[in-house]
Ligand binder design. Structure first.
Ligand code: PGA
Length: 233
């Protein structure tokens, strides 16, 4: 299973030093991917934990103040990059087209995209889940080769689950995963949104899940260890 850790905008320089030492002590057979802030990404290296970013520029190197390019990420050892996280779609007003451009920059640099998709509570209540997800998927992967589609990672993160402690029912997750598979049958699909050491037993029952994208839990190493132990059961 893939377990991607999204630190979000957390951990200062000193905190990260301590954090990474603790993280590196974890023993697991799962594929761990650490996605720290750009600053901390530059300081991290491990033989067992892969490196990912939380974002990437939609352009290459050049006069784009404040941006970090895929080429730069690659040079620092990033093998994965989260794109289209709902927090960026909301607060940075990232458009579907921009996310598509980001995906292209990653593929050009052999970085595996972790494309986040998900609906709001309101969209679910309106019965628009499939419509929203279809648009997010299709605009992102437009023109992509079969080969690139197969090596993509999609993270289904219902926006109403992120940081709320509420997760969908197993049936709701299964329905969405089946739907995503109609567009991307070979991609790995992660679940994200309040996944933790307590609800992992319930989530474990869903065979379609290829892994998890963890936000809050990524910062709590002891609880993360319990999560990983339960995952391996
Ligand atoms: P959460 O965040 O695990 O804290 O809900 C997940 C995410 O936003 O990727």
């Amino acid at each position: 299973m893939i377990v991607a850790l999204n630190n979000k905008s957390n951990l200062d320089c000193q905190e990260f030093q301590h954090y990474q030492e603790e993280l590196k002590k974890i023993k697991t057979n799962e594929t761990l991917i650490l996605c720290p802030t750009f600053l901390n990404l530059g300081q991290f290296s491990s033989d067992t934990i892969s490196l990912g970013s939380q974002n990437v520029s939609s352009r290459g190197n050049g006069a784009f103040t404040g941006e970090v390019s895929a080429l730069q990420l690659k040079s620092y050892g990033a093998k994965y990059a989260i794109i289209g996280h709902s927090e960026r779609r909301e607060y940075q007003k990232e458009s579907l087209e921009e996310i598509h451009e980001k995906l292209l920059r990653l593929l050009e640099n052999d970085i595996t995209p972790i494309l986040c998709i998900g609906e709001t509570r309101e969209e679910r209540e309106q019965g628009r889940v499939e419509e929203v997800l279809e648009q997010e998927i299709l605009t992102a992967i437009e023109g992509m080769s079969e080969e690139d589609r197969a090596r993509m990672i999609v993270a289904y993160e219902p926006i109403w689950s992120i940081g709320t402690g509420i997760i969908p029912t197993n049936q709701e997750i299964e329905e969405v995963f089946q739907f995503i598979k109609t567009f991307l049958p070979k991609a790995s699909i992660l679940y994200g949104g309040s996944a933790n050491e307590e609800n992992i037993d319930q989530l474990n029952q869903i065979s379609l899940i290829d892994g998890y994208l963890l936000g809050g839990l990524s910062l709590k190493v002891e609880k993360l260890k319990i999560f990983l132990q339960k995952l391996e059961k």
